[in-house]
Ligand binder design. Structure first.
Ligand SMILES: NC(=O)C1=CN([C@@H]2O[C@H](COP(=O)(O)OP(=O)(O)OC[C@H]3O[C@@H](n4cnc5c(N)ncnc54)[C@H](OP(=O)(O)O)[C@@H]3O)[C@@H](O)[C@H]2O)C=CC1
Ligand SMILES: O=CCCC(=O)O
Length: 366
């Protein structure tokens, strides 16, 4: 804890720390009055816990928007790296909540929205990390996450004792561990924090954080995660957050492939796919994903929330994870082939629901 003096000097006053600590301790014991709907198993390892953001707490933080009060809960400066579909609304939410945010993006021109809000652009990740107490990253893939963290003018070369780095990109375990080591070698603290939830939840501050790594940094940034999300898990050692995220996305990718097959089959069988979507929405396999994406899939339009290239990356990384524990993955392997075919058809930057187009092509040639 000693090395965290700098971070902790600028964070939660007792009242707020106790609120989140209360949630935390009680969740490990039974359930919390701060998280009333969140019973937690007693058999759960004590290094793993889940906080549902209390709406009372969130409303309080959000109602402080623009006031100086918010700085009492985290008085430090925040760096944000990677202003893509997800990073842009997440950084904007932090800024709108009154925090002091600076940013860097590889393509400076893509981040005009942020500069217009008065968020300062820094010339490279090292400069950003050296001038901020905590730096967040939301980057495309393992390659970009490593380059930005460990490359020339990367975060690791700018970070110093007591500063924190929170990587929210979806990457594999080895990448996250490598980045963690580099950050720690330079005195920094590391937390991986991939998110569940897409563009709209990012805009609405409704993401789910799957964190692991430095517990003190988790506590420090909790108030910031609560601005960007509705729920957060601390899963223990670095790599556990990455694994959890990949498993979730592997399931999602296979579900989307299966849903696509069903939509096409319903049409071939002379049924109305829109009625299939309605039937699904009323039964045991109802999922927001089918209701939200189904109607546009029927129209063959795929407005991008989660790019197909990222879904294929996550299928690939999840299969790599399965390899490390020698688990066969026949369903995910088949789904991955479809995403690869969709990429080969030039659909990388469309929403991942465009995977249905790869199936259409298969049907046309069969
Ligand atoms: N979209 C979604 O629904 C969700 C995405 N995710 C994950 O979050 C991460 C970001 O996703 P999303 O915002 O959709 O992705 P985008 O493709 O919209 O943005 C990717 C970001 O990474 C940057 N980047 C890419 N390559 C490099 C590089 N070599 N060096 C530096 N920066 C680079 C891009 O910079 P530039 O602007 O210069 O291209 C951009 O800022 C991914 O890991 C994704 O899997 C997680 C949950 C949901
Ligand atoms: O990684 C992307 C996840 C998309 C989602 O959870 O809806």
């Amino acid at each position: 804890m000693a090395q965290n003096t700098r971070l902790f000097s600028s964070i939660p006053p007792l009242s707020i720390l106790r609120s989140s600590e209360k949630c935390h301790h009680q969740s490990m014991a039974t359930f919390s009055t701060f998280c009333p709907s969140n019973p937690v198993s007693l058999s759960r390892p004590s290094s793993i816990f889940h906080h549902r953001c209390s709406s009372r707490f969130l409303n309080r933080i959000r109602s402080m928007s623009g006031s100086s009060d918010v700085r009492e809960h985290f008085g430090g400066s925040i760096g944000f790296l990677g202003l893509g579909i997800m990073g842009t609304p997440m950084a904007m939410n932090l800024c709108n909540a009154g925090f002091d945010v600076k940013f860097w993006n590889r393509t400076q021109g893509k981040s005009n929205q942020l500069t217009e809000m008065g968020i300062k652009y820094m010339s490279n990740p090292a400069e950003l990390a050296s001038t901020c107490d905590v730096t967040f990253a939301m980057l495309a893939d393992p390659e970009s996450a490593i380059e930005v963290a460990c490359g020339i003018n990367g975060v690791a070369s700018g970070i110093s004792a007591g500063k924190g780095y929170v990587d929210m990109s979806t990457v594999d375990v080895a990448t996250s561990k490598l980045i963690s080591e580099k950050i720690k070698e330079n005195g920094g603290l590391f937390l991986e924090a991939p998110v569940s939830g897409s563009k709209k939840p990012a805009e609405d501050g409704q993401l789910i954080f799957l964190t692991a790594g430095d517990l003190s940094l988790y506590k420090t940034v909790s108030v910031l995660l609560d601005v960007m999300g509705k729920s957060k898990y601390f899963l223990g050692e670095v790599g556990n957050g990455a694994s959890m995220k990949l498993i979730v996305n592997m399931i999602m990718g296979s579900m989307m492939a299966s849903f696509s097959e069903g939509l096409l089959l319903s049409k071939k069988a002379g049924l109305d796919p829109d009625i299939l979507i309605k039937v699904l929405s009323e039964g045991a396999i109802s999922t927001p994903m089918f209701s939200m994406k189904g109607p546009s899939m029927v129209q063959s339009t795929y407005p991008t929330a989660f790019p197909l290239k990222h879904q294929q990356k996550d299928m690939r990384l999840a299969l790599g994870l399965a390899d490390t524990v020698s688990q066969p993955m026949p369903v995910a392997v088949a789904a991955n082939e479809l995403y690869k075919a969709a990429k080969a058809q030039g659909l990388s930057d469309h929403d991942f629901s465009a995977v249905i187009e790869a199936l259409k092509s298969e049907l046309a040639t069969s």
